[in-house]
Ligand binder design. Structure first.
Ligand SMILES: Cc1cc2nc3c(=O)[nH]c(=O)nc-3n(C[C@H](O)[C@H](O)[C@H](O)COP(=O)(O)O)c2cc1C
Length: 410
């Protein structure tokens, strides 16, 4: 039989179904969350974003997770970032989920508060907010610490946002608690220096997540998939995850979280942590001062020896999470470029789903190609030019110069 006619059940373990709560997925490949920078001024999805997800759904990913989407204006982190901060946005998002479903896809929204990591251009001259006063070493500004009242408002905002996610037809919601954004910075002993009910020990650092989860579950009900993206560490100790944060993953599971994705690292060290690869500062727009640009260049130089991608770089942490007792579906991403790596992550029990972010920007139909028996590697070179969408507020895309193979027919 020609490879192009390989039936799904012969396509191997990557193409076996799995469920997250009541959500049945046709295969084990997910599009990892990737900030799209395709929102209009109100944070609503643009036509371009709808086309982007429709194309990715048609490419065969079993599940897609949106990029971080703010739950309230005060949690916005990027120019052109999407939001789910008001009921008026529900019909616009419904248009997107309808198109995705018509294309055979499933989509979960990642809801987020940027916290300390907000780009100064969205702060309107105000200060970013964090558990404790702390610098942002990428944009060189200081965040101030949140008041008790503000923390309560954020918990409420997450709950209300989750209700909108469900009303807009999404297949699930993911609470973003990694990458150094607000909830991750509560989990981190380095950035959470509070001594009140929200910090001081691992239990209290976890408390904001626990309360948010309660509100989210109340808003969406027991049958709706609630995922979490867990922060395993800031990477300051040579990339070693913190034992307390493995424990936080197990506590998420005990609360009732239906699946766990995870990452290590914060925005300041993104190119040696969760989006390992190049730091293309030569193509950053001119909103940065000359001094600031020199500063980024110096950082890039220091990072260079540690940016090479040689396979799934968080597999060790996935194995450790499972060894410690995680049984809900575990979503692994980071550095997966080969069919054999993706398949091995599933057959070895390292993960239950394997995700890709940058490879699917370059070639949205990679899952379909692999399913049809064409197992060539992704041609993503992890140059990170795609991350420019975040800093330059331009729609996310692969801009590596060589011709993308996406036109290749599976
Ligand atoms: C441009 C870009 C934007 C990203 N945006 C998000 C995001 O919004 N939320 C998130 O949890 N992770 C985000 N990530 C991390 C990815 O989900 C993924 O974990 C990481 O890129 C490693 O996977 P890869 O090697 O397949 O690209 C982003 C990564 C990139 C490169």
């Amino acid at each position: 039989m020609p490879a192009s006619q390989t039936p799904v059940d012969q396509a191997g373990p990557l193409f076996t179904p799995i469920s997250i709560n009541n959500l049945a997925l046709k295969n084990r490949i997910f599009k990892a969350p990737t900030m799209e920078a395709m929102a209009d001024e109100d944070g609503a999805p643009s036509k371009k974003l709808i086309r982007f997800f429709k194309r990715t759904a048609s490419g065969g990913s079993g599940l897609m997770i949106t990029g971080l989407t703010y739950v309230d204006d005060t949690g916005k982190g990027y120019v052109a970032q999407n939001g789910i901060h008001a009921d008026r946005l529900i019909p616009r998002w419904k248009e997107l989920t309808d198109e995705v479903h018509a294309a055979g896809g499933k989509i979960v929204m990642q809801i987020s508060h940027a916290g300390r990591l907000a780009d100064p251009r969205v702060l309107d001259g105000g200060k970013a907010k964090a558990p404790s006063a702390m610098p942002n070493l990428m944009y060189l500004h200081w965040a101030r610490s949140l008041t008790e009242r503000e923390i309560r408002a954020i918990i409420r905002d997450f709950g209300e946002a989750a209700g909108r996610v469900k009303a807009a037809g999404f297949d699930g919601v993911e609470i973003h608690s990694s990458g150094g954004y607000l909830l991750a910075s509560f989990l981190s002993p380095l950035t959470n220096r509070r001594k009140d009910d929200w910090g001081g020990d691992a239990h209290r650092r976890f408390r904001i997540f626990e309360e948010i989860y309660g509100r989210v579950r109340q808003a969406v009900g027991q049958d709706f998939p609630v995922l979490a993206k867990l922060h395993l560490g800031d990477f300051l100790l040579l990339g070693r995850p913190w034992p307390a944060n493995y424990q936080a993953g197990l506590r998420m599971q005990a609360l009732g979280v239906d699946a766990i994705e995870f990452a290590i690292g914060v925005q300041e060290n993104i190119t040696i942590t969760f989006a390992k690869g190049g730091m293309p500062i030569e193509v950053v727009g001119d909103h940065l001062s000359r001094m600031h640009r020199q500063y980024w260049k110096a950082i890039a130089l220091c990072y260079t020896p540690f940016t090479k991608v040689t396979g799934p770089y968080f597999a060790h942490a996935a194995r450790e999470l499972k060894r410690r007792g995680l049984t809900v579906p575990l979503l692994l991403s980071g550095g997966i470029r080969r069919f054999s790596e993706a398949e091995h992550a599933i057959t070895s029990g390292t993960a239950d789903l394997v995700g890709m972010s940058r490879p699917l920007l370059r070639e949205p139909n990679l899952p379909q190609r692999w399913m049809s028996g064409h197992h060539d590697d992704s041609t993503c070179v992890s140059c990170n030019r795609c991350t420019l969408g975040l800093v330059n507020a331009t729609p996310i895309q692969c801009s590596y110069r060589e011709e993308s193979p996406s036109k290749r027919r599976p």
